[in-house]
Design a protein around this ligand. Structure first.
Ligand SMILES: C[S@@+](CC[C@H](N)C(=O)[O-])C[C@H]1O[C@@H](n2cnc3c(N)ncnc32)[C@H](O)[C@@H]1O
Length: 285
């Protein structure tokens, strides 16, 4: 990512997430069953209520936009925004299956929101903001489109050592091929992992009553093999690194990843701890 212009980062993101949209649809039920609590937490932190007009940033295949749409009900609305049309196509199919008529998914960039000032009662976002090339700019955009008194609630990944299911794949790749040391300021999975990172940017953008909390949970896979397969099919940043490897190196990475994953065997499953940073803030009245 180092040395890329903001536009190159955005184009890369669009390409990456469009590429893995099929994987996200395939694994949708599995991840939804394991991660739905995060949608509920975001909907609560953003104080969604019936009748509100709300925005979800980087909705991907519809999280937490679909729960948000159910919460604000037919007298409210939810707009889900994402760069990747293929991810949104999955989200639209789910909205149709759920018979939700108050949700609209549209393409757009979080760092240049295509909305009027003060047009939303609340904003949510799950696992998107750390991928942006200019997060302070996005924070300013969020502050702009919120109505006074409205809340933003966002979930981002906490540190890699607390998220071994993500961190161990990167470590395995590093053992097989030399990679430049991770640039903590470049867009990526752990860009907003540190306490105060996102909270500080929201504060700088003029938002108040900021909270920043690490939220611990776990997720389970039936086997190390299942974990490896899902990782390769949904994790765009991991796929990008794998694409640079020779076949023999890929085999070695697979061996290292599945071996490391078996350390997390509990009973019949592989169960990983996860740590998510939940940040919320409010636009002053
Ligand atoms: C890890 S996925 C999360 C999707 C969904 N929120 C969830 O939690 O399942 C990250 C999403 O952020 C989107 N994204 C990345 N950069 C973006 C940007 N600048 N503007 C809008 N969406 C962006 C990607 O296209 C992708 O769908």
């Amino acid at each position: 990512m180092m040395g890329q212009t903001p536009q190159q980062v955005i184009d890369g993101q669009r390409q990456d997430w469009n590429r893995v949209a099929g994987g996200w649809e395939k694994w949708d039920r599995f991840f939804d069953e394991q991660m739905a609590f995060l949608n509920h937490r975001l909907v609560a932190d953003a104080r969604l209520r019936a009748g509100m007009h709300t925005l979800d940033l980087g909705s991907g295949t519809g999280y937490p936009a679909l729960l948000g749409a159910q919460t604000v009900g037919p007298s409210g609305s939810m707009t889900g925004l994402d760069l990747a049309e293929q991810m949104l196509a999955v989200a639209r199919r789910k909205a149709t299956a759920l018979k939700l008529a108050n949700v609209t998914f549209r393409t757009g960039d979080v760092t240049a929101l295509p909305f009027e000032t003060a047009s939303f009662d609340a904003v949510t976002s799950r696992f998107c903001l750390m991928f942006l090339p200019d997060i302070p700019k996005a924070a300013a955009e969020i502050a702009r489109v919120l109505k006074p008194g409205g809340w933003i609630a966002a979930a981002v990944w906490s540190a890699p050592d607390k998220n071994p299911s993500i961190g161990l794949s990167m470590e395995a790749i590093r053992k097989v091929v030399e990679l430049p040391p991770p640039d903590p300021t470049a867009p990526g999975i752990f860009r907003l992992a540190q306490p105060g990172d996102l909270a500080g940017m929201l504060q700088q953008a003029g938002l108040a009553d900021v909270t920043d909390q690490e939220f611990f949970a776990e997720w389970s896979y039936a086997s190390a093999e299942e974990y490896y397969t899902s990782l390769m099919e949904i994790a765009a940043p991991v796929q990008n690194l794998m694409a640079k490897l020779l076949d023999t190196q890929k085999q070695e990475v697979k061996r290292l990843i599945t071996q490391a994953a078996t350390q997390y065997r509990r009973g019949n499953c592989i169960t990983f701890p996860i740590a998510v940073r939940m940040v919320a803030a409010r636009k002053p009245l």
